[in-house]
Design a protein around this ligand. Structure first.
Ligand SMILES: Nc1nc2c(ncn2[C@@H]2O[C@H](COP(=O)(O)OP(=O)(O)O)[C@@H](O)[C@H]2O)c(=O)[nH]1
Ligand SMILES: [Mg+2]
Ligand SMILES: [Zn+2]
Length: 382
């Protein structure tokens, strides 16, 4: 929870440099004298963002709550109920689970939408809301409470909040199909840390690979202090551990599409029977996948938000100098760099790069760091 944290102010700035080359250069230069770096260009696809007007986050001084975008609206509480948004239906409607009992379809009152930073996403899964029940039995959302945490990504040029008020981000990847990319785990970790969520790494589909091969990756994240779960929705391996981690918590399952997020939820709570990517047996066609983020209350207490796949994760507004903060193992070293503003790329007397050389920081983590900084300089990788 982040009652107090620095306030982020977003400012637009335009860029029309040729960044692709620059960012690749940057990566190469930074990694040149560090051993055992594989060919960077084949390991991950990098795609340009184009010449956009982009936005940057400026950390402003002073304390504030995580969400400063929702001004307080005065509502006559006596005729209102409180609830939690389960999922959004189109532009202006959502399904809400009320605190006392029952679920209800709601519309979002216009003034709530106009006051939200992003009117298209005035409410998201996990939002706590105050609503009034109207004559036809449906609800009208009168107020959205400040978000304590928010997992976001970029959609087009805009911030898209995926889930609010959750404290764990279970980053689901698969051992195979789609293949495991550590760089992607690191990106999801950054976006979780940025939204004040605690990351958990879950490697699913371990039935498709030799778990011994996964040990180095498990080691990397376990050493950082993150929970790592080897799981299989198919064989139920790791499910009791996952259940334990989720029990009583507010979590979001995040990760690429097809890694088995929905399958894991179904395996944890079979009565859900949520649709996965399987081809439907009767029609033999139609691929059903998770289309919207949906909060699902767990029988064990707590709730999990299942999210649609993210094909290309775009980080929301991370400033280059801010990235090091989300690589927790860098922290002991950054203070020892010669330059206070060191980005640990090609500055001299950089303690972070020394730590990579002597093995205290893993090359794969450092590579992810350099790529993320490179993206801020223009390009976005998957
Ligand atoms: N072999 C294997 N396949 C799995 C496992 N978990 C999910 N799948 C398959 O992976 C595909 C995608 O699963 P789905 O749950 O829709 O992924 P999501 O997009 O992350 O929600 C489906 O065909 C699942 O049957 C697993 O543990 N092992
Ligand atoms: Mg799904
Ligand atoms: Zn440095």
């Amino acid at each position: 929870m982040s009652g107090k944290r620095k306030r982020k102010v977003r400012v637009a700035f335009s860029k029309n440099r040729t960044k692709r080359t620059r960012s690749q250069d940057l990566t190469r230069r930074a990694l040149r004298d560090i051993e055992s770096v594989e060919d960077l260009t084949t390991e991950e696809r990098v795609s340009g963002k184009g010449d956009l007007t982009r936005r940057r986050t400026v950390i402003a001084s002073g304390d504030s709550t995580a969400d400063t975008d929702q001004p307080v609206i005065d509502v006559d509480e006596t005729e209102c109920r409180r609830g939690r948004v389960l999922y959004v239906i189109g532009a202006n409607r959502c399904r809400v689970r009320m605190d006392e009992t029952g679920e209800i379809d709601c519309t979002v009152r216009r003034r709530v939408r106009t006051m939200a930073r992003d009117a298209r996403n005035a409410v998201v899964a996990g939002d706590r809301v105050t609503l009034r029940i109207v004559d036809d039995g449906s609800g009208v959302i009168e107020r959205v409470e400040s978000r304590t945490t928010a997992l976001s990504r970029v959609s087009g040029r805009r911030e898209h909040v995926i889930a609010a008020n959750v404290d764990l981000a279970v980053i689901v990847v698969s051992a195979a199909d789609p293949p495991l990319k550590p760089g992607l785990i690191d990106r999801f970790i950054v976006s979780a840390e940025q939204g004040d969520l605690k990351p958990v790494v879950c490697i699913n589909k371990v039935d498709l690979d030799d778990p011994v091969r996964l040990q180095p990756i498990v080691g990397t994240y376990a050493r950082l202090g993150y929970h790592v779960v080897l799981a299989s929705a198919a064989t139920r391996r790791g499910l009791s551990r996952l259940k334990q981690i989720l029990c009583g918590r507010q979590a979001v399952l995040t990760g690429q599409s097809g890694v088995g997020k929905t399958s894991l939820l179904n395996a944890l709570q079979p009565e859900l029977r949520r649709r996965t990517r399987e081809v439907s047996a009767d029609s033999g066609k139609g691929r059903h996948t998770t289309r919207v983020a949906e909060m699902i209350p767990l029988a064990t207490g707590g709730a999990v938000v299942d999210t649609p796949g993210i094909r290309q994760l775009e980080l929301w507004d991370v400033e280059a100098g801010e990235v090091e903060a989300y690589f927790r193992e860098f922290r002991p070293f950054v203070a020892r760099c010669r330059y206070p503003s060191c980005l640990h790329l090609h500055e001299t007397e950089c303690a972070v790069r020394d730590a990579v050389r002597d093995g205290s920081i893993s090359v794969s983590r450092y590579t992810s760091y350099v790529r993320i900084i490179g993206d801020e300089d223009g390009a976005t990788g998957e």
